[in-house]
Design a protein around this ligand. Sequence first.
Ligand code: ZN
Length: 282
Amino acid sequence: MRDLASDLRHCAINTATLGFREPIEVVIDAVARAGFGAIAPWRREIEGHDVKTIARRIREAGLAVTGYCRSTYIPATDRAGFAANIESNRRAIDDAAVLGARSFVLVVGGLPTGSKDISAARAQVVEGTALLLEYGQSRGIRIALEPLHPVYTADRSCVSLLSEALDICDRIEGCTEVPWLGICLDAYHVWWDPNLKHDIARASKRIFGFHVCDWLVPTQDVLNDRGMMGDGIIDLREIRSLVEEAGYDGFVEAEIFSTLDWWKRPMGETLAVCRERFANAT
Ligand code: ZN
């Protein structure tokens, strides 16, 4: 296992961790100053801005870009809506390419408004993912499916299990030495899965990203009450060891949605605690 305590360059900060309170330029400088190796920006911080200038700023700060977050939800009530969602994602992939991101993160979406047909939603996800894989390849951007905890199935992701995401990868891309379609493994979403060990080994080269935070007990809000690494019940070190045994050598990325706690603290404090917890609790 890699020693995160001695080399913070393996660690990344997803900008969601800092609560989207400062302009991206300020965030880039703070993350670089704190010694991290990479950053994961969100579209809300990039779109409508000069993407090339932001990309240069990230490069000059010495940071890599992990996964660009994140997709427009794919399932729609009609074909025009589906096409619009795909088009929106293609434009985001264009930006991911300018940023030099290692992948584009797909949070696939749940049921379209008014629908109770989860099978149809899942079928749209497979169709849309295949289209985005093709487009991503043409732009040099890998596509990372992020399965979300089943509590979000209705409104955020009808892909819940790591095994489901891997089945989609296999179905679309088949067996390949150098995959362009893979997964982003977020410990918060998959820690409870009884097949996790088996499925992480199965994922192997398809692991394009690895997100960490912690599951607090009790959790006050399943969306925005994520814990700092070490403050909850996820065995993050065990999951990281499985991920690294599977061959993953990319960044370990802190992604903490926390309106109740960390988003109220000064950015420098959150980054300092992240650094300490990467070393001692991840
Ligand atoms: Zn995540």
